[in-house]
Design a protein around this ligand. Structure first.
Ligand code: FAD
Ligand code: NAI
Length: 474
């Protein structure tokens, strides 16, 4: 006999678990199925998806530990703290990361209980439609739901001829579990994962070379920020080669040799103990049996949705990495809440123009809104307020003088169009810009708001003042 629900969510990542919780809060009888291979101590699939298991959370835990290690080795002495030469215990670093993952994934199970969401272990695949709703087979169980939210997420893209074993050749899964500091680490792809994971392993002692196909560094970021980041990361010791073409990759039990052509066409061979392949991600639609119900999938393999995450099927929605837009956990969660509220007849809404981006390198990079190059391409007249952290007392006190805040405002209306930050705590500072842009603020609005002293946020304030050429401390 089929189990009946008002709402079935397929996938328990940030898109799925948030959709399930919000739907249950709104009074729907809700179930969420999850089939991931990461089992908890009881052998059940873990909730939390890529983000909690092998993405945002574990990577940030390793970034934190490796940052402290680097500080201890390179910054403590200058502040009068002598600890000698620090040693890294990689197994402890990894174990700490895994404890945090256990804690948070277990926490989502607790949230499901609290909100009365039924968790079903197993892979969900469409079977068809009956009068009672959509029929979805989850493992051996048949579920019928009036509405279905697909939140199946994404998986790492692999390159032909470079098989990933997550021992010598790793994607994000293996990169988060390397058991000893590789002497030499090669990374293919200077995107978000390449930079974050490359930073982790460089800080704890690996000699890291990143090979990037594009001639421009961080093409999606404001190019002022990208230029500064490339300069700082190179100074830290990351070897970043742009415009390369990857050739044959030979692996052995000991390591890997990556053949590539550099930007001038010269041939090179890079030998390394480990290789991380981080060249983007692909949406998870295989195994959903989308054909059975004629669910539309785009040419690029994403589930086709409108701005409200409606698919071509009535009562079937899709959110997160499996649909268009940036593959970010907070974007998935926003869409999830929107869909649940729309299902309940409320006015759900998602503003894709104010989704922030953060890269958790050191210094951090964060932005929201348009880049300068986008405004130029769109022919928008703008003004710029750009202030370095070097002029800020808190930044100096923290030993974090690198980077700047750059604000872009409309030349006529003064409305803030984009804010780009490279510097310590950029991930937190960007929230002020997001709030300002959500409220359609002008640079003058931020310029007239009192900011606590001494804080890094004063640099955001000064950048707003600088849009009107009246900074006070620079
Ligand atoms: P996922 O988190 O991928 O979850 C989908 C879930 O659905 C998975 O658990 C999967 O097992 C399950 N599933 C798939 N198919 C089925 C099926 N048929 N039946 C049942 N279950 C199924 N984003 C940020 O915003 N900030 C960060 O700092 C950040 N860091 C990252 C670091 C790394 C190394 C990686 C890889 C990603 C990072 N991301 C980050 C991206 C973020 O993890 C994703 O955007 C986010 O997890 C997407 O959520 P989702 O729910 O759409 O999909
Ligand atoms: P990415 O899209 O950020 O970067 C991939 C890079 O690989 C690009 O620069 C691309 O030009 C390059 N590339 C592609 N093919 C190549 C080839 N054949 N040879 C050399 N270079 C090649 O993808 P990444 O780093 O894999 O991350 C996937 C996604 O996960 C991100 O786009 C982001 O959405 C999410 N993520 C977010 C984080 C955050 O918010 N801090 C952290 C990590 C991941």
């Amino acid at each position: 006999m089929a189990h009946e629900y008002d709402v079935l969510v397929i996938g328990g990542g940030p898109g799925g678990y948030v959709a399930a919780i919000r739907a249950a809060q709104l009074g729907f009888k809700t179930a969420c199925c999850e089939s991931n291979p990461y089992a908890d101590p009881k052998g059940e699939p873990r909730l939390g998806g890529t983000c909690l298991n092998v993405g945002c959370i574990p990577s940030k835990a390793l970034l934190h530990t490796s940052h402290l290690f680097e500080e201890a080795g390179h910054s403590f002495a200058a502040q009068g703290i002598n600890v000698g030469t620090p040693k890294i215990d990689v197994s402890k670093m990894i174990a700490r990361k895994s404890t945090i993952v256990d804690q948070l994934t277990g926490g989502i199970k607790g949230l499901f209980k609290k909100n009365k969401v039924t968790m079903i272990n197993g892979h969900g695949a469409f079977v068809g439609k009956s009068d009672a709703g959509w029929q979805v087979k989850v493992g051996e169980e048949m579920v019928v739901a009036k509405q279905v939210i697909i939140a199946t997420g994404s998986s790492p893209r692999h390159l032909p001829g470079i098989p990933v074993d997550n021992k010598i050749v790793c994607d994000n899964v293996g990169a988060l579990d390397i058991d000893a500091v590789p002497k030499k680490l090669a990374v293919i792809g200077a995107g978000v994962i390449g930079l974050e994971m490359g930073s982790v392993w460089r800080r704890v002692g690996a000699d890291v070379t990143i090979l990037e196909a594009m001639p421009d560094f961080l093409a999606a970021a404001d190019q002022d920020v990208a230029k500064e980041a490339l300069k700082l990361f190179t100074k830290q010791g990351l070897k970043i080669n742009l415009g390369v073409q990857i050739g044959e990759v030979k692996t052995s039990k000991k390591g890997v040799v990556v053949a590539y052509k550099d930007k001038d066409g010269a041939d090179h061979k890079l030998e390394a103990d480990r290789l991380i392949v981080s060249v983007g991600r692909v949406p998870n639609t295989d195994g959903l049996n989308a054909e059975a119900v004629e669910l539309k999938i785009t040419e690029r393999g994403m589930i086709e949705v409108d701005d409200h995450c409606r698919t071509n099927l009535p009562g079937v929605w899709a959110v997160g990495d499996v649909v268009r837009g940036p593959m970010l956990a907070h974007k998935a969660m926003e869409e999830a809440v929107m869909v649940a509220e729309l299902m309940a007849g409320q006015a759900g809404h998602c503003n894709f123009d104010t989704v922030p981006w953060v890269i958790y390198t050191s210094p951090e990079i964060a932005w929201v809104g348009k880049t300068e190059q986008q405004l130029k391409a769109d022919g928008v007249a703008y003004k710029v307020g750009k202030i370095p952290f070097l002029a800020n007392g808190r930044a100096l006190g923290m030993g974090e003088p690198s980077g700047f805040v750059k604000m872009l405002a409309d030349a006529k209306t003064d409305r803030i169009l984009g804010v780009h930050i490279i510097g310590a705590s950029a991930s937190e500072l960007v929230s002020e810009a997001v709030v300002a842009m959500e409220f359609a603020a002008c640079s003058e609005d931020l310029a007239r708001i009192c900011h606590a002293h001494p804080t890094m946020s004063e640099v955001v304030h000064e950048a707003a003042l600088a849009c009107d050429k009246r900074p006070l401390h620079f």
